[in-house]
Design a protein around this ligand. Structure first.
Ligand SMILES: C[S@@+](CC[C@H](N)C(=O)[O-])C[C@H]1O[C@@H](n2cnc3c(N)ncnc32)[C@H](O)[C@@H]1O
Length: 284
């Protein structure tokens, strides 16, 4: 049987297949098919540099699920998923549909600037007959005003009601020149009291020296892609939550945030390579 990863998906307009893209490589790490030879070749190279990357990607998706279900349990019914990626297993609208009791409704706005992510999300939302309550906006998350002013965001998100902002495995693509602290402040300011902010970010300061060097080499390799990548420490991320209150258990490694499964020994070796946290906007 042909390996599905050896085939190229249909090409949406605007796709650059000359350079590997973070969205399509991440899809490949997770075993998806929305990637091209250039992404797979580069992906294989970086997996050699840093073999933990695929496990970290899986733990990241599991965290996303736990954060979304926690937000739903807390009564939040609106989600803006910034840098949502090529849809893969356990997308936010699927988690919402699975978790909400029948008859209850929540809305989801995906945002990504990668054409493959947008084309694939559009297709999945149509197939799932979810377009009444979920959509995708093709936009750069460094332009929050454009995102909030977009007709689709306005159709589905009421900014007077709490929103869960998801910035999952994407802020490491925002460099210092783009002032992530100010960017996050602009997002936090626009949303209503009671809103949540959930984020994850690649890290390595608690890994051993050899692994730290591997992560640095991995990050350096991304400099040759459409999405250069920055590794940051916990103390650099903490201010991004501003004056919002971190919900329990605070900023942790991915598998330590409200775990609902036990890590195998092999899985636990990937623990130090990302931070995650969820915070709530005061008031309401
Ligand atoms: C590693 S994937 C993460 C996907 C998903 N959030 C997850 O964690 O499973 C990062 C995604 O962020 C997108 N991305 C990176 N920088 C972005 C930006 N400035 N604006 C919008 N999307 C961006 C990429 O195209 C890619 O789809």
């Amino acid at each position: 049987m042909p390996d599905p990863n050896d085939s190229a998906p249909a090409m949406p307009s605007g796709v650059d297949t000359e350079k590997p893209s973070a969205a399509r490589m991440y899809d490949w790490y997770l075993g998806g098919t929305q990637n091209w030879a250039v992404d797979r070749e580069f992906g294989k190279k970086v997996v050699q540099l840093w073999p933990h990357v695929r496990e970290v990607a899986k733990q990241n998706r599991r965290f996303l699920r736990r954060a979304v279900t926690a937000a739903l349990d807390a009564g939040i019914r609106q989600f803006v998923d910034l840098g949502s990626g090529v849809p893969t297993v356990g997308n936010v609208h699927e988690i919402v549909r699975e978790h909400l009791p029948a008859g209850e409704r929540a809305t989801v706005v995906y945002v990504d600037y990668e054409p493959v992510a947008v084309a694939h999300a559009t297709l999945i939302l149509e197939q799932d007959e979810a377009t009444d309550w979920a959509t995708i906006v093709q936009e750069d998350l460094r332009a929050p005003k454009k995102i909030f002013d977009h007709a689709e965001t306005k159709r589905l998100i009421d900014l007077d009601q709490p929103v869960c902002l998801l910035l999952i495995a994407v802020l490491h693509f925002v460099g210092g020149d783009d002032r992530p602290e100010e960017l996050l402040e602009r997002y936090r300011r626009r949303v209503a009291p009671g809103s949540w902010l959930a984020l994850t970010h690649i890290a390595c300061e608690e890994a051993d020296e050899e692994d730290q060097a591997a992560v640095r080499r991995f990050a350096d390799a991304y400099r040759d892609t459409s999405n250069p990548l920055w590794v940051r420490e916990r103390d650099e991320l903490a201010p991004w939550f501003g004056d919002w209150s971190l919900v329990e258990p605070g900023i942790t490694h991915l598998p330590d945030w409200r775990p609902d499964y036990e890590l195998t020994v092999a899985e636990s070796t990937a623990r130090p390579f990302a931070w995650c946290g969820v915070a709530r906007k005061p008031g309401d």
